[in-house]
Structure formats: C-alpha cells, structure tokens
Ligand binder design. Structure first.
Ligand SMILES: [Cu+2]
Length: 236
C-alpha cells in the first residue's frame, strides 16, 4: 500500500472511532432522559407503561415508543427509565395502543418470568370502554393471528412478556394518532414479578422488529433508549 493510501486509511479509521465515541456520548452518557421513580406502598409498586404508534419528540415523530406514567402526577413521561425498590412485588400495567407486527421468533409469544407465568389481558374501544372481559393467559400467539404489538422483556431476569395489539378493526378505523395516547382502541395487560434482591440496573427491551424503515426492523427506536429499550433501576 502506498503512503498516501495508508494515511487515508488511517484517517478514515480514526474518523470512524471518533464518530463511534461521539455516538456513545450523545446517546448514553449525555442522555438527559428522566427516570420515573416508583416507591413501594404496602409492599408493592405499580408500574404503568404505554406503547404508541408514534411519539411526541419532533426529531423522530414517527418512531414507535414506550411511555412511563409518573405515579404522583399521572403524567406520561417520554422515557424508558424507571426505578423500583429491591425485593418488591412489581405490578405492571401496559396499555397497548400500537398495531401488530409479527415476532421474528415466535418463542417470545410465550409469557415467561412473570408470577404464575401468565398475563391478564383486556381490550378497550377507548379509555373506560372495555369490549371484553379480562382473560388470563400464558401465551399471546403473534403468528396464528397478528396479535402482538411489542414485547416487554428483561432478558437477564428471564422475563419475557408479549404485549397485545388493540382490536384490529377498531385500530384500523380509530387508532390513537397523538402521543402520549389518552384515548383510542387499546389493550390493557397486567402481570407481576419480584424485583431483584440487590440494587443495580436491568436493561429491558422490545423483541418485535418494530423499527420501521430500518434494516430488519431492528434500528431506530429498537436501539434507542427512550423508545423500545430502557433500564429498570433497582434501588437498595
Ligand atoms: Cu417494539
């Protein structure tokens, strides 16, 4: 290789390293996302999330996204960071406003790691208007019919929860188009698990390839904290 070619190669490699470092700093270290803190009451915490077909961040308005509800103000916070106390029963409610996307691996249709290995699901036409009764199930099959929108998984705890999509006919007619969603057809899913018995950070993520417009659906919101991946902080 000639000297100029070597210099160019070196400069390109250096630029790639700098770009990678800048990406890490901007996306992880300098990230200013708020953490929603859940405090135990009566030995339990009640975590409330929603997932939407869009979000209210002007830089990526068409990205699918989770939101976390502030337990005091009931405001929806555009973040995927929340904290729970250690060794506490965590009751989770997820409101699913987004339409379905099939799982790439249908293994994740099976509920794993929750109390009783089940979830309880109910469908709503809009807030306060149920269209069926709550059903407790061990699986939401994303292949037999397109019924799963996203998943909530904490892989290191072996917790995997498929989150159901709303009734398809209602969703196609009347989907929530403004986030955070406060009306429109949605599913409501509840489940529980015990938080770990020591403090730390547990990464959670979605396993549906829901990054529309990105390679294999795995880019964009799928790899960005605040959208389809986040952290559960466990406090001492
Ligand atoms: Cu997702």
């Amino acid at each position: 290789m000639s000297l100029p070619a070597r210099i160019v190669t070196l400069l390109v490699a250096f630029a790639a390293v700098v770009a990678g470092a800048v990406f890490l700093v901007v996306n992880y270290i300098a990230s200013s996302l708020p953490t929603v803190h859940y405090v135990a009451s009566g030995g339990v915490v009640n975590v409330v999330l929603q997932e939407d077909p869009q979000n209210n961040d002007p830089s990526n308005p068409d990205w699918v996204s989770y939101y976390v509800q502030n337990p005091q103000t009931k405001q929806w916070v555009h973040t995927t960071l929340f904290s729970v106390p250690k060794h506490t029963r965590v009751n989770v409610t997820i409101l699913g406003y987004d339409g379905c996307t099939p799982l790439r691996n249908n293994y994740w249709s099976q509920v794993q790691g929750t109390t009783g290995s089940t979830v309880t699901v109910q469908q709503f036409a809009t807030v306060g208007k149920p269209i069926d009764s709550p059903t407790t199930t061990k699986m939401i099959n994303s292949w037999s019919n397109c019924a799963v929108a996203h998943t909530f998984a904490i892989p290191s705890m072996h917790l995997f929860v498929p989150v159901p999509s709303p009734n398809t006919a209602l969703f196609n007619k009347d989907a929530c188009g403004v986030s955070p969603c406060t009306s429109g057809p949605h599913s409501q899913e509840t489940f529980s698990f015990m938080s770990p018995d020591h403090a730390g950070y547990w990464r959670w993520q979605c396993f549906i390839p829901c990054g529309g417009g990105f390679l294999d659906g795995n880019g964009g919101p799928m790899q960005t904290i605040g959208y389809m991946t986040g952290e559960m902080e466990v406090s001492a």
